[in-house]
Every structure is written in C-alpha cells, then in structure tokens.
Design a protein around this ligand. Structure first.
Ligand code: SDX
Length: 444
C-alpha cells in the first residue's frame, strides 16, 4: 500500500499545518499542493491517532457532504471552479479542445490509458469494443423481470449489477484484465440502455451494427425498428458523441466517489459501476437534466418565470432551479457553454424553435441577473442545456440520465482502475459524530 504522502505527491513547499486544541499542539501535518498549484491539501490521516496521543481523545474532521475533504489523489481529471473561469481537463487536455477535436472513443481511450491514441490504436480500440456489444441472452432475460414502465436508469442499474455474475474471476491487479473489462463495459452499456428504451416502448430490440460509430449505433438501436440500412441524423450523432464526451468524467462527484467507495472493498467492477449508476440517478445529481426539463415544462411560459424564481429563493419551499448551481463551479460550468452551442445546432434541425428553448434562454437571462443567484454563484450547469438538446433529438425525458451514465462510464471505470494503479488498497471508512443515547440498561 502506498504511503499517503506518496499517493498525494504534489509539491510540498507549503511547510506544515499545525493543529492546536485548547492551546495544546495536537498535530503537525504535511501540506501538499496539487500538480496545477491551484489547491493545497493537508495530509490529515494521523489526526485520530495524534488526538489519542496528545489529548487523550481520538479526533475527527467533521464535514458533512465532504465539501472540504480530498478523498483520494488522482491523475485523471482536473476541475477548477473558483476564480473567473471554470476549467475541466481530462488528463491535462481542456474539455473545449477535446470537444472540438476528439470523439467519445478517443476521450474514453484518453481517460483510461492516460494519453490520446494514435489513429491506428483508436481504430483497433473501437473495433475491439464493437465485437462485444451484443448482450448475453441470459442477461437480456433480466429485462422481463421489470415492469414495462420501469425507469431506464433502474433497468440499467440492475442489468449492470447482473453482469457481475457473468464476469466473475477478475484479477483487478492485472492491467490487461482491467483493460479487457473496460472494453466490455463500453461495449455493453449502450446496448443495455437501448434495450431498456425498447422494452419501455414494447418494440423489438435491434442489435448493434459494426458499420456504425458508437453514438450512431446507440441511436440506431434506440430508434430503428429493423436492421434497415438507414442511418441516424448525422447532426444528432455528432451532438450525442459530444454529449457523451462532456459527461465522461468530473473528478470526485457523488457517483464517482461512490464507485471508488465500493471499489475500495475490492468488489466486482460491474457492482462498482452499478453503485455509480444508483448514485447518479438522484435528481440533484445526474437526474437533474430530466428534472430540469420537467421544471421547464412546469413553468410553461415566460410569464411564470418570476413566480418560479421566487419559489427557488424561498427557504420554506423545497423547489430549486434544476440545472443551476454546482458544488464545484462557482462560475460558468465550461461544459454548459459547449452544451449550449450543441443545443443550438440540434435545434436548427427543426423548422420552428422549440418554445421550451426560448423559455430556457429567458430563465437563464433572468436568473443570471438576479442578486440571489449572483451572490451564491449559481450559474447554469451542463444539465441545463443537455435535457433540451436530447429532447430536440426525440429522446424521451426518462432516457436523459441513462445517457448521462453512458457518457460517464469511461470516467467511472478509469477512476476505479486507478485505485489498483496507485496501489491504494485502503478501504474507505469515514467516521461520525455520535449524537445518540448514552448507554442504557435493559430492565427486564
Ligand atoms: C451534476 O459534482 C459534480 O461534478 C456533479 C456533476 C458531474 O458532472 O458529475 O457536475 C453533475 O450533478 C451537476 C449538478 C446538477 N444538479 C442540479 O442542477 C440540481 C440543482 N442544483 C442544486 O441542487 C445544487 O446547486 C447542487 C446540488 C448542484 C450543489 O449544491 P451545493 O453545492 O451543496 O450547494 P448548497 O446546497 O450548499 O447551496 C448553496 C446555496 C443555498 O442557499 P443558502 O442556504 O446559502 O441561502 O445556494 C442555494 C442553496 O439553497 N442553491 C440553490 C440552488 N443551488 C443552490 N437555490 C436555488 N436553486 C438552485 N439550483
């Protein structure tokens, strides 16, 4: 197991952090910065033991929601949300550059292997994946256990977990085994998602085609009714490929942290991914694109915007503006800007502009000029535009989070794989502040 300071190997020119409790020095911690020099971390694992040694009581750092806790060190994704501009890098490459010059297969390859592929490697990678896209019959039978109207993310969650019964003896310490499973994951997930949709609508499933790109294959499996030769709209294919890339990873968000938490127990990778899907399904995380569209439909008309802005500000009202705000970005989510232009491109495929897009633009304009949102740095996040874009592509609202999960698969898997790469075999086990009963005796 690597030592903590090795795994968080930024530069250490920040000296020490000293903790005093009641004027007594309890701990001296090493302080390191991240490789970008933009964030520093106190290496605090000795806190508990120092407390016992120096003040006779174990010490913990209490931070519900982990907003100030670094749970791991990672080389994969860099997100910077303070300052004047939101930054998102995959393996050092800015998302804006990747969105312009790389397809989702290239981004997936980059996240897992750590660098952009040569043309030949990318082609081989894509071909490898295509040969595993068919789902095992036994696993496909799981579908029939669901209600016809089961939410697609629920189906995806269940069938992904079921795959852990198929891929059993995985020596995760062996990179070639992780690589093999990575390709199986990317291959099977669009098939599962498309099957969930076809099961919902009661139409026959159409198998993947080897002559189509990743995004085109998914749209074809979703919308075509036979192995007909027609190809999905190329504008929609390009938009979906970019949507996948924009969602591919986002450092230690709730669902990725869940994958790592489950991964720390050395569970089967498909079980870890299923736990990530479960976490993502929540409406204030990956379910926000679906919730945002439902919110826009509920607002219905520009005339109602002020009423809903007031609701969002009312502490007595649980209503929040879906698609606004972010735990990390205290400025514009860089993905939202790219998503907005993709949205325009897709909407231009339609004769008349979708009124819900105009409503979204007006809502964005009003919110961005409202003191409440400005004071709290609440800007549109990626979900604000992704839902409108997917709707304009004819994708039903209940498929939005499933599509988010398809995009996030390479990120989740790469983060899970990094646990083994970095040799950090420590099981995740946070502490708590107990507020329950003092010891009680059972008086029989
Ligand atoms: C994703 O983490 C990631 O990286 C996630 C993600 C990824 O790629 O994995 O980026 C994907 O989950 C994007 C976020 C999608 N969720 C939504 O759009 C749902 C709406 N947003 C909120 O639920 C909220 O903004 C969160 C959950 C995204 C962030 O919540 P935080 O950081 O915990 O913020 P907070 O709850 O502490 O809010 C701070 C203040 C509070 O007001 P005060 O108590 O200070 O008066 O801002 C308010 C909140 O009430 N606030 C909102 C709001 N979001 C925060 N008020 C109205 N509408 C909102 N959307």
């Amino acid at each position: 197991m690597s030592s903590e300071s090795d795994s968080a190997s930024g530069n250490n020119d920040y000296g020490k952090a000293k903790l005093f409790v009641n004027d007594k020095l309890v701990s001296e911690f090493d302080v390191v910065s991240d490789s970008m020099g933009s964030e520093i971390a106190i290496l605090g694992s000795s806190l508990r033991a120092d407390g016992i040694k120096n003040i006779g009581s174990p010490l913990s750092f209490y931070d519900p929601g982990y907003s100030s806790v670094a749970s791991c060190s990672s080389d994969i994704t860099y997100v910077k949300g303070d300052g004047d501009k939101g930054l998102l890098f995959y393996r050092g490459f800015p998302i804006e550059d990747l969105a312009d010059s790389c397809d989702f297969m290239g981004v997936s390859y980059l996240l897992f292997y750590g660098d952009l592929p040569e043309k030949a490697s990318l082609e081989e990678f894509g071909d490898d994946i295509k040969q595993y896209m068919i789902l095992d019959e036994q696993i496909a039978d799981f579908l029939n256990g669901y209600r016809r109207d089961a939410h697609p993310i629920t189906i995806m969650h269940g069938i992904t977990a079921a795959l852990s019964s198929l891929y059993i003896d995985i020596d995760a310490n062996d990179f070639s085994k992780r690589e093999q499973i990575f390709k199986r994951v990317l291959a099977k997930m669009p098939t599962i998602a498309a099957m969930a949709y076809k099961y919902n609508v009661g139409k026959p499933f159409v198998p993947p085609r080897t002559d189509l790109s990743y995004a085109a294959n998914f749209l074809n499996m979703m919308f075509s009714s036979s192995l007909d030769e027609s190809e999905p709209n190329p504008v929609f294919v390009k938009a979906l490929d970019k949507i996948f890339s924009l969602h591919a990873d986002h450092e230690q968000n709730a669902s990725t942290s869940t994958v790592r938490m489950v991964g720390s127990t050395q569970a089967n990778p498909f079980s870890c991914l299923a736990s990530g899907i479960a976490a993502l399904s929540g409406p204030i995380h990956g379910g926000a694109n679906e919730a945002c569209l439902s919110m826009l439909e509920e607002i219905g008309d520009v005339a109602n915007i002020d009423k809903y802005i007031a609701k969002a500000k009312d502490k007595e009202d649980s209503f929040r503006l879906m698609g606004f705000g972010h735990r990390v970005y205290r400025n514009y989510d860089p993905r939202a800007k790219i998503m907005r232009s993709i949205c325009h491109e897709v909407l231009e495929q339609h004769e008349d502009i979708d009124p819900i897009f105009e409503l979204a633009l007006k809502l964005e304009e009003i919110a961005l000029n409202d003191e409440y949102f400005i004071e709290r740095n609440l800007y549109p996040n990626i979900d604000f535009y992704s839902g409108i874009t997917l709707r304009a592509m004819g994708i039903p609202t209940n498929m939005f989070t499933t599509i988010f999960a398809l995009g996030r698969m390479p990120g989740w898997f790469s983060q899970w794989s990094e646990i083994y790469e970095k040799g950090s075999s420590k099981i995740c086990r946070p502490r708590q502040i107990y507020t329950g009963n003092l010891q009680k005796n059972i008086n029989l």
